[in-house]
Design a protein around this ligand. Structure first.
Ligand code: C5P
Length: 278
């Protein structure tokens, strides 16, 4: 079985507060996009995981194995699986590549085992291995709250062409969250931002920019440079370091930058995300 595993962007991301368990409550509009990894699954005698990107750790900490072990544990099924990952989504970018891989793995294993589990249940299980994974079981546009795992599925938004621009250096999600200063977050009302988006008024922002720029000050300068190139909007996605640039700007020519034009991608019915239809 061969499946697309999409990336996501956060059209807005509001930090609501810090929780006693160390996580942060957030309120964010998530959207899947047409940048996808490809995952190949074969039920086989022995477990194996291979990847086109030699820098990606493939040990038991990889979310693909965490998802596989979660599915086996919860369903009590015993099987071996060989998985090959064609990596296209940059890592440490805030594009949710690893979370999408975990959701895609759960969806694939469920299909290959005759669908013993509902998508709703897979989504609830997946929150135990990563806050952003349940979102991918939505149709691709969702308002996510709590750690990110409370997902309100929304109708697809009209697609906006986006440029993804990422400097070479990535960012560690826990390190960015550790640098959140609750006194410095925006005073935005996320329900209002959501309503703005739903009525066609774009209201982009990301409260994780300030802590990310504290971790890597050069990223703040990078954002300013992108903003001077003519784009209507420039914002970081998730915990970075990828930026989303909206509108007609000049694409910087620098071989150390990752630049990719993408559109929104939503899934339909009980089908998984499909680039051919998107
Ligand atoms: O849930 P996940 O494993 O993706 O989170 C990675 C890290 O990001 C957590 O250990 C935590 O430090 C931080 N995080 C957070 N609040 C969230 C999501 C993640 O503080 N809502």
């Amino acid at each position: 079985m061969k499946l697309f595993s999409p990336a996501k962007v956060n059209l807005f991301l509001k930090i609501v507060g810090k929780r006693p368990d160390g996580y942060h409550n957030l309120a964010s509009l998530f959207q899947t996009i047409s940048l996808c990894d490809l995952l190949h699954f074969n039920l086989s005698g022995q477990d194996s995981l291979t990847c086109t990107d030699p820098t990606l750790p493939l040990d038991q900490n990889n979310l693909i194995w965490k998802a596989t072990n979660l599915f086996r544990r919860k369903t009590g099924r015993h099987f071996g699986v060989s998985i090959h990952l064609e990596k296209h989504i940059p890592i440490q970018s805030g594009l949710g590549g690893g979370s999408g891989n975990a959701a895609t793995t759960l969806w694939a294993l469920n299909r290959l085992c005759g669908e013993p589990v509902s998508l709703e249940e897979l989504a609830v299980w997946s929150a135990g291995i990563g806050s952003d994974i349940p979102f991918f079981f939505s149709k691709g546009t969702a308002y996510c709250t709590a750690r990110g795992e409370e997902v309100r599925d929304l109708s697809a938004l009209p697609s906006i062409p986006l440029w993804l621009i990422k400097p070479k250096e990535g960012l560690s999600t826990p390190e960015v969250y550790r640098n959140v200063d609750i006194d410095k977050i925006s005073r935005k009302n996320p329900e209002e931002s959501l309503n703005n988006f739903l009525s066609g008024r774009h209201d982009f922002f990301n409260d994780l920019e300030i802590p990310a720029f504290k971790v890597r000050p050069e990223l703040g300068q990078f954002k300013q440079r992108l903003a001077s190139l003519g784009f209507d909007q420039v914002l970081m996605t998730g915990s970075g370091s990828c930026f989303v640039c909206i509108g007609d700007g000049k694409i910087p020519s620098n071989e150390n930058l990752y630049c990719q034009k993408v559109n929104f991608l939503n899934r339909e019915g009980n089908n998984w995300y499909n680039l051919d239809l998107g």
